[in-house]
Design a protein around this ligand. Structure first.
Ligand code: COA
Length: 149
């Protein structure tokens, strides 16, 4: 992380980390779906530790779950202080990508096949987050459409 990534106190802006997260997730989604994919939702971005100017930032992205045209991608962000051994876990985020065709319409994605217990845990948790997202979207839509509110 360079001087342009940080504020006057040497802390890296959250938006810089979010951009790195979005880019890493996009690579995972595009690779998995073998074509273009766009970010449709980003949630649960948790900043656990500050990132400092001079840190080496690393992103790890994995497709956790696939629907018909959408995918949930989990991203883990670590920082390495150049004078300290080991990586610090600084953030975790979950994003939903939709694979699109040449006209920008959703297209089907290959189903992800969990291979390890860790993969199965991530897929199970992703299903819960998907239900929560869709439920929240539906509840807000209903509230907006109800005449008395
Ligand atoms: C992504 C996009 C093509 C989806 O179009 P749409 O007409 O809403 O498509 P659908 O309603 O058929 O939904 C497609 C999938 O996305 C999921 N989805 C849509 N909105 C969602 C939301 N807010 N949260 C979670 N999932 C969502 C649907 O559940 C569906 O998943 P499934 O096929 O796996 O069941 C359209 O919303 C779009 O172009 N958005 C802009 C994307 C963008 O520009 N991103 C930033 C730059 S990359």
């Amino acid at each position: 992380m360079g001087v342009m990534d940080a504020n006057n106190y040497g802390n890296v802006h959250g938006g810089v980390i979010m951009r790195a997260v979005d880019e890493a997730a996009a690579v995972a989604a595009v690779r998995h779906s073998d074509g273009p994919a766009v970010t449709v939702f980003m949630d649960s971005m948790e900043f656990r530790e500050p990132v400092k100017q001079g840190d080496l930032l690393t992103t790890y992205a994995q497709v956790n779950w696939t629907g018909t045209t959408s995918m949930e991608v989990g991203v883990r962000v670590t920082a390495q202080r150049l004078d300290v051994d080991g990586e610090i876990h600084v953030a975790t985020a979950y994003l939903v990508f939709v694979a699109i065709d040449a006209d920008g319409r959703p297209r089907p994605v290959p189903q992800s096949v969990p291979e390890t217990d860790e993969d199965r845990r991530r897929a199970g948790e992703a299903r819960i987050r998907r239900e929560t997202r869709l439920h929240r979207r539906e509840a807000i839509r209903e509230l907006r459409e109800s005449p008395s509110t």
